[in-house]
Design a protein around this ligand. Structure first.
Ligand code: ADP
Ligand code: ADP
Length: 229
């Protein structure tokens, strides 16, 4: 499963200031949607609704036809994976960080997830700053590498839906491509991917929604929108 629908979704943090003004879209299971648009458009707000940090104030969000409001927090956590802008790592090996939350995963499964996320080379090392005992084993991870650790964690979890919030991040193009490659592997697991992003040029999504001031002002398949410039 993993078909995601927003049906005429309205949302406000403060009653006198609408933030989302009737958002409707559908993402078939296993496809990727990118929500792009200027800062303040409401991209992160959409990710927060998916996690039920907040509930919609109008309309509804469904996963496989089920209203999010009737899904328990527990099953929502099972069903969704999140790759935040700034992944916080534990004071242990990258392998440990990948396995976190899936204690029963085998070493082989962890290695495979790391390979798919393209971080297989350093899963036995520790993030820099933690490894006081054996200093030189510590490795300084870039923002993109940390995100790929989070992506590897997600590959292991294989949730129906993955949310990647890059609404305000400023990663370089090379890093973006590496993350995109890792995400393509996630999609192969039939995971539905929701990307909140500032730019449309770097994301490889079946559907792109352009959000401005809480409304979808343009939508299309990837190639059409790029061709239209
Ligand atoms: P984007 O991710 O596209 O940059 P956001 O979803 O973060 O946009 O924000 C959309 C609008 O909602 C902005 O005007 C922002 O200031 C406002 N906003 C975001 N979070 C809150 C909040 N917790 N309380 C009140 N307003 C908020
Ligand atoms: P992100 O920028 O990563 O989405 P935030 O949720 O902190 O993270 O902020 C999103 C936007 O919403 C920012 O522009 C921020 O200034 C605004 N914002 C966050 N919280 C509030 C709030 N309580 N009231 C008004 N605006 C807010």
């Amino acid at each position: 499963g993993g078909t995601l629908r927003f049906e005429d979704v309205h949302f406000h943090y403060d009653a006198d200031r609408p933030i989302l003004k009737g958002i409707s879209f559908e993402v078939p299971a296993g496809e990727t949607v990118a929500i792009v648009g200027p800062s303040g458009a409401g991209k992160s707000t959409i990710s927060r609704l998916l996690f039920r940090f907040y509930d919609v104030t109008g309309g509804r969000v469904t996963i496989d036809g089920q209203d999010l409001r009737s899904v328990t927090q527990h099953s929502l956590r099972q069903a969704t994976g999140m790759v935040p802008q700034d992944t916080v790592l534990f004071n242990d090996t990258i392998a440990y960080n990948i396995r976190y939350g899936r204690p029963t995963a085998s070493d082989e499964e962890v290695r495979e997830a790391a390979r798919m996320a393209q971080i297989a080379d350093f899963i036995e090392t520790l993030p820099e700053g933690f490894d006081t005992e054996v200093g030189e084993r510590g490795l300084k991870l870039s923002g993109g590498e940390k995100q790929r650790v989070a992506i590897a964690r997600t590959i292991l979890k294989a949730p129906p839906i993955l949310i990647l919030d890059e609404a305000t991040s400023a990663l370089d193009t090379h890093t973006e491509r590496e993350i995109q490659t890792a995400l393509d592997q996630v999609s192969r697991n039939r995971t539905t991917v929701v990307i909140a992003h500032r730019l449309s040029t770097v994301v490889n999504a079946e559907t792109i929604l352009v959000l401005e001031k809480g409304e979808i002002v343009e939508r299309g398949r990837h190639q059409e929108l790029l061709a239209a410039g």
